[in-house]
Design a protein. Sequence first.
Length: 562
Amino acid sequence: MAMSNEKIRDILRDSGLIGAETLDALFDEAQKKKKGLYELILSRDILPDFYFGKAIADGLGISFVSLARVPISDEVLRIVPEPVAMAQQIIPFDRDKNGLKLAMADPFNDEVVDFVEKKFSGPVTRYFATEHDITNALSLYRKDVAQGLEDILEDVRKGRGGTEGPIVKMIDELLVSGSRNRASDIHIEPYEKSTEIRFRIDGVLHEVATLPKKFHEEIISRIKILARLKTDEHLSAQDGRLSFSVEGENIDVRVSIVPITEGEKAVLRLLSAKSRQFGLDELGLVGDDLEKVKRGFAKPWGMVLATGPTGSGKTTTVYAILKVLNNPEINIATIEDPVEYEIEGINQIQVNAKTNLTFAKGLGSILRQDPDIIFVGEIRDEETAGIAINAALTGHLVLSTLHTNDAATTLPRLSDMGIEPFLISSSVNTVVAQRLVRKICQACIVSTEVAVQDGKVTTEHGVLSIAEKVIEKYFGKTKKLRVYEGKGCPVCKNTGYVGRTGIFEVLEVTPTIRELIMKKVDSDIIETKAVEEGMTTMFEDGLRKVAKGVTTLEEVMRAVKA
């Protein structure tokens, strides 16, 4: 950010959004490590980016804009060339009778404003936007992946570039486009006459391009070379890794190649540090749920477990907790498969089957490294569970993940792994069960009403049964529910959704729950008692987010049924 750390500190101090003691400590650390105060605040989840931007804009006396909530037309965007926008951290986002509206990370850069006014041939109104927001908005300049690949194919048809050149460019285009489109996975699938490219964005697969089948083998071969896999092996599954850089960020990629009937299919999972940098509140944890989680990891020992199916955001939740706990006075160690992104100040170990470095063996080694906090990427077996429980009972805070459908099922699941009930009841502090739902695009959000009668909610997608007391709790006494959806716009690429958030249920192991664990009761009984003691179920948390316009009823039903 162009503003000095001193200026940011002074503005935030006047805003009162961050306590003076915390702010001074952050400032001192930023100066000592020669880092930007903005980046430090963002990485530590001290203040969400939106509120940071609003505070800075108010302090500067400049209007604030959140570009994520504003539809930007192609015509307006092209007023400022992409290289200028990227170099100067600016985005033109609207025009009216008063002139052009320009979002700027440094709104006092008069030189840039003069340049834009001359190019636009009219007045420019300055708005402050955060660097993070502007970086995301810069992706609007990018042509879609289909067009990028078509341009490469056109070069091939016209004889431009060598035999290898186009394939290298295709892979580069796929990786960069996948990253810029927030894809978590890239699927490269062979069919009889073509190769289909699909991106998984916000949990949903989207077809993005079709390539001639004749390029498929070369594409797979190029991926194998980058991932250091056997190029002459076509009948066995292979797993590998590669990395690439886009706009100053290193992206780690997990590669999976399997033989199918029409050839070899590749799936590339993109692991971006930025995609994991969320605060607990940004994940979707709110109110009592957030406080329960904080109480769970505030204890010096015991276990905090994140549970759910694959792809439900468990590891992201644990990373968010680790970032809160991370400080120089504490020794934090992890054993992961894979290490999804590196956190400065934390000792992270990668599971390695070839060297017999399993979760259990790695965890055993960590315990000899004098740790205060341990993160076990996943509890998969009885041995790992036993060591983790023992660590939690001997003065360590242990964080881990587990595959269970809900919070209450987690406790009997540990028992099924051979852990004695008295050990479970003594060691587990908190269980966080979760799913991911897509968030409604705030640039095109609209509201509508759906009918409700006798606990039956009628939508265009069908009839949902919801207890009347639950409807009243989140929507009030009404015969029509006010719900929201995205109508589709350039910001969300006409999907109506941008990004994802979590829906949670947080089970706090109270004395009553401990007694039930000791009695080896079914998970249904544990859940009933937890709800009586105030636990909000995932479905109810989803309804809470529907009522606030965060997501849709359809998304909640899809996630909870999954």
